[in-house]
Design a protein around this ligand. Structure first.
Ligand code: AMP
Ligand code: DBH
Length: 546
């Protein structure tokens, strides 16, 4: 085994002989993402590539717009290898900017619209970005103060380009020039930066190469059986790895299908579009899937074309999973992935029971998985443990993070996912929790995910999560935070319900809090860290005022 090599640009590369094996097996084809768009445009020229509001662009038109913007970016002085933070809402420009940066050899850092100065500033600093490309406003938020603050605090930033803004910013529409040719980039080089999940500290930059990303996109399109006939609704924020690459917008373009862009993922913004564009497939996180389920019964007709609903990003409880197949009348696909690489899918022809109860199996035959105990020893088959993985599209290290990488990866290059999983006899993964997402109640360990599953089976609980709150005697107590539409859901009711489902007494939440909505991460997953902070602050406040 040879050690991973640290590239000059601060990224950790795959060992040479492993890279050679991935090429020999055909996983890495040495094509860049910008070239891939050229190939797709040559193949599907006049076909519809994307729909965004009133705009309907063919593949040829998308490719031509990318050419002009790439040339415009070059005239602004954006050089090959330069990092550019992109924070655009879901819109056609998102894809044009993404591909234009790739075409001129720059590296997009894919930020989410919900991120704010602390995060965006950190991405600019971590990547020494030369430009920020955003929107003047979106979803009722004015990004101009953020853009000005960035200019003040990030010395590397030379250009701040905003869609829909004027001086002192560079209006995106003004970045335009006659198409020019660019020196080809190496497909083995970093193409873009994804961001690690926002619920565990400031996100780290995840360097994804052309080779590894394109492979995951094309293989995902194939697992999801995308074709020219596919119409993919992009409802989650497009910068996120799931709607971008699993198979997402990029996989749809790779298959010759059409990407329909929704500005927001709520039923009001999506159901009409699904009906109008005859959408066949889309991707949601579980809280949104539950929202769709509530709205669906009165809009059944609008959803008639929907064939596959992918749900991933966070645990999906069995009750909701079953309702998706019965209420939405489409197929469910569970997707368990991470921006660092590994993606698992239930397959479209899997039996329902497997689709309801597992998070799928790896995308690639070359994905290597180990399930280990606290000492990194393999657990017995079927037993739960922490998932470690490496493979042709899983990174070997975060960007410029040598210290963090020592803990986040094993010496032989496995990424420590931090997820607790078990593997079924037929090779499917069941996510049983996060390695640190447990409550230590005076020594008794409670896995949050287990209790959440049971809470969500209650017919009147729309959303639920379990977090630890500090306790003088026990160290920690379990607090269930729930969203419910009916009055009178109190602790005794919930305790009786959980007992009736066979849950041990010590796992019954000590405290129940009813809230209107749970805080979410920028992509819509429940943000436990924020919730824990809120609860701890509220507790300290009530103690002080007592
Ligand atoms: P991120 O850091 O945002 O890329 O999130 C990746 C993490 O989300 C994974 O490591 C899992 O903890 C979680 N996750 C993603 N998909 C699923 C899923 N289908 N079920 C449970 N957890 C998931
Ligand atoms: O949560 C994720 O990060 C995720 C979920 C599903 C992901 O990155 C993916 C699929 O590619």
């Amino acid at each position: 085994m040879s050690a991973a090599t640290l590239g000059l640009d601060g990224t950790v590369a795959w060992p040479q002989e492993i890279a050679a094996a991935y090429r020999a097996a055909g996983y890495w084809r040495d094509q860049t993402l910008a070239d891939a768009l050229r190939t797709w445009a040559a193949r599907s020229g006049a076909d519809l590539a994307l729909v965004c509001g009133k705009r309907r662009w063919s593949y040829r038109e998308l490719d031509a717009r990318v050419d002009r913007l790439a040339a415009g970016l070059q005239t602004l002085g954006i050089q090959p290898g330069a990092r550019v933070v992109v924070q655009l809402p879901n819109c056609a420009e998102w894809l044009v900017v993404f591909f234009a940066l790739l075409r001129c050899g720059a590296l997009p850092v894919l930020a989410l619209p919900a991120q704010r100065l602390a995060e965006i500033g950190s991405f600019c600093a971590q990547s020494a970005a030369v430009a920020y490309i955003g929107a003047a406003d979106a979803a009722g938020y004015d990004y101009r103060p953020l853009a000005s603050a960035l200019r003040a605090c990030c010395p590397s930033l030379r250009s701040v380009i905003l869609d829909g803004a004027q001086h002192p910013f560079i209006p995106l529409a003004s970045v335009d020039a006659e198409p020019t040719s660019f020196a080809p980039a190496s497909a083995a080089a970093v193409a873009l930066f994804q961001l690690s999940g926002g619920s565990t500290g400031t996100p780290k930059l995840i360097p994804r190469t052309h080779n590894d990303y394109l492979y995951s996109v094309e293989a995902s399109a194939s697992v999801c059986q995308l074709s020219r006939a596919s119409v993919y609704l992009c409802a989650l924020p497009m910068a996120h790895n799931f709607p971008l690459s699993s198979p997402g917008a990029l996989g749809t373009l790779a298959a010759g299908g059409c990407v329909v862009i929704a500005p927001q993922p709520s039923p009001t913004h999506t159901f009409g579009l699904i009906a109008q564009e005859r959408v066949t497939i889309t991707a949601l996180v579980p809280p949104l899937a539950r929202l769709w389920l509530e709205a669906a019964p009165s809009h059944q007709q609008q959803l008639a074309s929907l064939d596959v609903l992918q749900v991933g990003g966070a645990p999906l409880d069995r009750t909701t999973a079953e309702r998706i197949t019965s209420v939405l009348g489409c197929r469910l696909q569970q997707v368990y992935g991470m921006a660092e690489g590994l993606v698992n899918y239930t397959r479209l022809d899997d039996p329902l029971e497997r689709v309801w109860t597992t998070q799928g199996r790896p995308l690639s035959p070359a994905d290597e998985l180990r399930i280990v105990d606290a000492e990194d020893r393999d657990v017995a088959p079927g037993a739960p443990g922490q998932l470690l993985t490496r493979g042709p599209y899983t990174i070997r290290g975060y960007y410029r993070a040598a210290e963090h990488n020592r803990h986040a990866f094993t010496a032989d290059g496995f990424y420590r996912t931090g997820d607790l999983v078990r593997m079924t006899a037929d090779g499917y993964l069941v996510v049983v929790g996060r390695s640190k997402d447990q409550i230590n109640r005076g020594g008794e360990k409670i896995a949050a995910a287990e209790v959440e599953q049971h809470l969500l089976a209650h017919p009147h609980i729309q959303a639920a999560t379990l977090v630890a709150v500090p306790d003088q005697w026990l160290g920690e107590r379990a607090c269930a935070v729930i969203v419910t539409s009916v009055a009178g859901i109190d602790r005794p009711t919930i305790a009786a319900f959980l007992r009736s489902r066979g849950l041990a007494d010590y796992k019954i939440p000590d405290v129940i809090r009813v809230v209107d909505a749970l805080p979410t991460t920028p992509v819509g997953k429940i943000d436990k860290r924020q919730l824990r902070d809120q609860l701890t602050a509220a507790q300290a406040h009530s103690r002080r005022s007592r």
